[in-house]
Design a protein around this ligand. Sequence first.
Ligand SMILES: Nc1nc2c(ncn2[C@@H]2O[C@H](COP(=O)(O)OP(=O)(O)OP(=O)(O)O)[C@@H](O)[C@H]2O)c(=O)[nH]1
Ligand SMILES: [Mg+2]
Ligand SMILES: [Zn+2]
Length: 294
Amino acid sequence: MSTQQGVVVTSTGNHCIVSDNHGALHRCQLRGRRGQRPVCGDWVSWQPLEQGGVIESISPRRNVLERGDFRGHPRALAANIDRLLLVIAPVPKPDRLLMDRYCVLAHAMSLDLTIWVNKADIADEDDALTQVIEQYAAFGLTTLRGSALTGDGMAALERLTAGESVILAGQSGVGKSSLTQRLIPHLDLRIGEISSASGQGRHTTTETTRFARPQGGALIDSPGVRTLRLDHLSPRAVLHGFPEIASVTQQCRFRDCHHSQEPDCAVKAAIASAAIDPQRLESWRTLTAESTDD
Ligand SMILES: Nc1nc2c(ncn2[C@@H]2O[C@H](COP(=O)(O)OP(=O)(O)OP(=O)(O)O)[C@@H](O)[C@H]2O)c(=O)[nH]1
Ligand SMILES: [Mg+2]
Ligand SMILES: [Zn+2]
């Protein structure tokens, strides 16, 4: 049989699931152990076998989302993405440092970043969450609010992301899979309720998986994370994730200002006047300390 084109739906150890041009799924082996490993979202050429197939080649990637593995080496998670949808919710409580890690990652990849505030059905209008969102909206991030449970806010989200490949990321339990299910209703995702039969565990997502959207584009549902290693990035790349701090640092008197004891420090002045959120500054310091000098 002749070579076919397809897109990687999910990729594990030594095989991946490829969706062909008609949306049919095929379990494909990788050819050999060397060379690039396909990741979710890769466009590939594959050769059908009697059962499943073999990946022949991976098309050049438009971009690839990488995080540090346990040693800090970059590890590809997904490719060919238009937008990172950072999902937060009133519960579990947003982890500000994690949010800032995603800001840095999205900037390093030149991805559009949008914050989706989920579970609006259980959030008060004037809660702590609103304050968090305002901090991010203030330096230009798009934030949208809604509920995967009630469907509230979906039209705006659809409009913003129409035709795009969107990866949903964030803490476990914020509702990434629920949102994916809501936006692509014909899916049958198992979502985080406690299994009543065993009483054990939630249906937490374990593989990064791409789902084609009926109107074009795709949603990539990813497992919840507690943290995101970015130590393969440089201090400069980190600073790009903090545009409101980057613009202020240029006004410090000393070019190598550490923004602690130096006179005429614009960053300290900006904190004093509440122009910079102290938590963002703390995140920036933490991520800069973790980063690798270039
Ligand atoms: N009230 C409310 N509950 C929601 C909403 N979205 C999701 N949930 C619930 O939150 C829990 C977690 O939802 P999931 O969609 O599994 O969360 P997830 O982000 O995919 O979690 P991981 O796969 O572990 O990363 C489930 O019990 C959902 O029913 C929402 O908009 N409102
Ligand atoms: Mg999930
Ligand atoms: Zn300074």
